[in-house]
Design a protein around this ligand. Structure first.
Ligand code: NAD
Ligand code: DAU
Length: 351
């Protein structure tokens, strides 16, 4: 096999789409999915590829340096695509240290394991770090995040991601490790854990439960279909220039309240409910602490230099997403049982 790629966080939302794309598109690559299977990791996301001969799974925490070294050794890892992270801003507000442990300490552990495994031939291997637009901070109503925008993280989550980005670039500068970083906007699509706005609303609309909109719902996010992010990661992995950063986004800004209304309208139609039924569920609740006002990615560089473009219009992607959740009640039942109920109560009750 020509490459042996370690994809971390491959049982999560975006990681599972990246793993599926690579396993199916590159049968001559060995794909090793390394994931600790936290509350956000779910092997059901990978059922389409679990029996493929080029797919391997390792249940390992990136905080465990011995286990990482062993995986690099046993699988002869040639390249890394690093997605494993604690990813939810609200959880980072209640438990910042969990984010330091995985996102900062875990990333440095992984860099060290790669550096050790590739000693003497660092220039031959790629360490690709997947990051977020949130490291750039919060925009007012104008302007975009460019690759050159100074970092200004505002939440414990984005601070931990910013720190991990800095470490990756520091390893490139100090040890001449071949690295690339991409910073993407908000993703949506199948397999998105229902703690995040879009899947949470789809699940609640389905169950006629309140739709908690933080503050006035005026905050703006820039949404990209998850499979388009996975395609962008494929493009950056194969064509990105070492040492470079690529912003990924769909030039697709929406106010939260408008997204929630769109979901209500579409789901009333799909579920055969009377027009306006779901909108009555909208409930404005206490705002997120330190809530970033707006994110907006300028994705010109990846479009011009690497030829990547989103393949889907937002409404098409939202239709596909709602249809997936309606067809996958088992998946939703599994991920919303147990600890999800406690999490939901703690975050939303009395808010
Ligand atoms: P997710 O929370 O759905 O999945 C994270 C995965 O990482 C899970 O499978 C989990 O089990 C695993 N994981 C967590 N801690 C781990 C540890 N210590 N060791 C090993 N595995 C661990 O996250 P996601 O939304 O798929 O995001 C993936 C990556 O993309 C993250 O790095 C995130 O910062 C970045 N990102 C996400 C978005 C988005 O909109 N979701 C946008 C831009 C960038
Ligand atoms: O921009 C990329 C980032 O997008 C990723 O790095 C993160 O991992 C990912 O979680 C996402 O962060 P956000 O905080 O933007 O996503 P979330 O779905 O949590 O929230 C989207 C917006 O909706 C945000 O303005 C907060 C608001 N919101 C969220 C929830 C969960 C609500 O109004 N109500 C809610 O119940």
């Amino acid at each position: 096999m020509s490459k042996s790629i370690l994809i971390t966080g491959g049982a999560g939302f975006i990681g599972s789409h990246v793993v599926k794309l690579f396993v199916e598109k590159y049968p001559h690559y060995k794909i090793v999915n390394l994931d600790a299977l936290t509350y956000a990791g779910n092997l059901e996301n990978l059922k389409e590829v679990q029996h493929e001969p080029n797919y391997f799974f390792e249940k390992v925490d990136i905080q465990d340096s011995d286990a990482l070294e062993e995986v690099f050794d046993r699988h002869g890892i040639s390249d890394v695509i690093h997605l494993a992270a604690e990813s939810h801003v609200d959880r980072s507000i209640s438990d910042p240290l969990a984010f330091v442990k995985t996102n900062v300490f875990g990333t440095v552990n992984l860099l060290n394991a790669a550096k050790k495994a590739w000693e003497g031939e660092l220039g031959l291997h790629l360490f690709y770090h997947v990051s977020t637009d949130e490291v750039y901070g919060s925009l007012h109503d104008g302007g975009f995040f460019l690759e050159t925008t100074p970092y200004d993280p505002q939440s414990p989550y984005s601070a931990s991601k910013a720190a991990s980005d800095h470490f990756v670039r520091a390893y490139a500068n100090t040890y001449k490790m071949k690295t690339v970083v991409s910073n993407c906007s908000n993703n949506y699509g199948p397999n998105h854990f229902p703690e995040k706005l879009i899947p949470l609303c789809i699940n609640n609309i389905k169950n006629l439960k309140p739709l908690p909109v933080y503050g006035k719902g005026e905050n703006v996010r820039d949404w990209l279909f998850v499979k388009d992010h996975a395609r962008a990661i494929d493009t950056v992995f194969h064509q990105g220039k070492p040492g470079e950063t690529y912003n990924i986004g769909g030039f697709n800004e929406w106010k939260n309240i408008d997204i929630v209304r769109l979901l209500c309208k579409k789901m009333d139609e799909k579920l055969g409910r009377e027009k306006g039924t779901s909108e009555k569920l909208i409930t404005f609740v206490q705002d997120r602490a330190g809530h970033d006002h707006r994110y907006a990615i300028d994705a010109t560089k990846i479009q011009k230099e690497l030829g990547w473009e989103p393949s889907l219009q937002f409404e098409e992607g939202i239709d596909l997403t709602i249809d997936w959740y309606l067809a996958n009640q088992d998946w939703l039942d599994h991920v919303t049982s147990g600890s999800y109920q406690e999490y939901y109560k703690e975050l939303y009750e009395g808010r």
